[in-house]
Design a protein around this ligand. Sequence first.
Ligand code: UDP
Length: 363
Amino acid sequence: PPVTVVLGTRPEIIKLSQVSRLLGPRGRVVFTGQHYDPSLTDTFFTGFRMPAPHATLRGVGGTSQIIQISRMITDLGNQFAEERPSAVVVQGDTNTVSAAAQAAHYCGIPVVHVEAGLRSYDRNMPEEINRRVAGTVTDLHCAPTATAMNNLLGEGVDPHRIELTGNTIVEAVQLSLPPVEDSLRFLEHVGLQADSYALATIHRPENTDDADRLRSILTELAKFPLPVLMPLHPRTRGAALRAGLGDALDRLHTVDPVDHRQFLSLARHARLLVSDSGGVQEECTVLKKPLLVVRNSTERPEAIQAGFAQLVQPGRQLGKAADAMLADTGLHARLAVTPSPYGDGHASERIVQAVARLVDRDG
Ligand code: UDP
């Protein structure tokens, strides 16, 4: 029986695209529809030339976390019980991951967790709980870095169940990154000049669900001494409008979410990145760009240790950190020669090989 790859959100499509390509006819994709806005999904399926999903669940997007997870467990559980995949692969820390890992486990199907072992040690983040829940029922943990592997070992996970693979984002970036001339043409199209703007993305609940916090981020970005381009996640747009922050948005250069090629084009020519995204903390190390991470905590300390990223609080700390980065004239040259801590672009191959060994062993 095939290996089922379950995905539901933009970052999962990006990061599992090459795993599902390498699985080929041995794999099939189930899409849960957790992200239901086409700007977060369609362009990613087509951009990575992914085959249409074998199955798409009834819509769960936009509902509460408990409804999402319980419905997905039910629907995926029914499907797994019927189709008996030889393994179920999930990636990251979304509600989809929690639900699919539990559904597979309770159906007696081996669970493979890609990007296993990340820890922010911040129980207020829904992502931290999702990745820990998934990790509890995981049979093969694909750890992207030594730090992640050591977190798992420290929690008593059997070393034979851990594979140190690197992060699949590296090969996803290598595949999505267009030739420089194409990126520059895209910049021109959106009216920007290379090295003269900041690129910002904000979408985590910790930043969007608290109106004061969101206001302080948007108003601080508007004070930056260079233009700020902000592809707006639907959640952020909705939260900003509900909180009466339309004015603050107007002072930034906002656009709808862009596809991965376009995002990387914008990121590679930016002077500075600002984000609360997980994936962008990894991508900055491949693109060799400085990043301010607007969060209380991060489960990706490697980018900070390597000098690419810095954790900042909203408000004045964000503005001051941006000023310091802009004043550091040697920064870009230093980052240009710093290797990415997230791997060599072959993580997906290692994952697929480890899955094959798992299936051979358990089957
Ligand atoms: N991204 C994109 N277009 C955008 C904003 C982000 O393609 O307009 C990509 C970005 O390159 C990264 C991924 O989306 O690979 C990050 O997804 P997101 O921030 O939604 O989730 P997280 O990484 O925080 O789980």
